[in-house]
Design a protein around this ligand. Sequence first.
Ligand code: 5GP
Ligand code: ZN
Length: 141
Amino acid sequence: MSDCIFCKIVGGEIPARKIYEDELICAFLDISPINFGHVLVIPKEHHQSASTVPEATAGRMFAVASRIGILLKRREEYDGYNLHLADGTVAGQVVMHVHMHVVPRGAEDGFRWNWRQLAYPEGMADEIAASLRAKLAEKIG
Ligand code: 5GP
Ligand code: ZN
């Protein structure tokens, strides 16, 4: 994917402040951080969606992202961190090379996720759970 900016970062064609790389993944500072130290963890191979990333690579992304979160917490004196992955434009994905955000959080950082909590109408939660359970059993086994 020659026109993908994150592929270009992997290939060294455009600069980024890389903090980690191995044969599967690469991690670098987000250019416009929510808080200072905000990191993006990406597979080296181009995938638009997390769903097509091989399990070993996805596992490495998660393992390294959570370790970076802990390091930011300890070394940079944040209180915690969020892992965030937007899959699809409606979910807020802007760069179409899948990436996991590691967002360090401070108690007084002034950033609030726009989170809401709906209540299920009668029967709907059972229906959704049963449908997903069946489809996952078919696909994952
Ligand atoms: P998304 O909205 O797709 O989940 O997040 C894309 C992220 O990539 C944004 O947080 C944005 O700041 C970051 N980003 C976009 N272009 C570049 C770039 O060229 N270099 C770096 N380091 N980060 C970028
Ligand atoms: Zn790419």
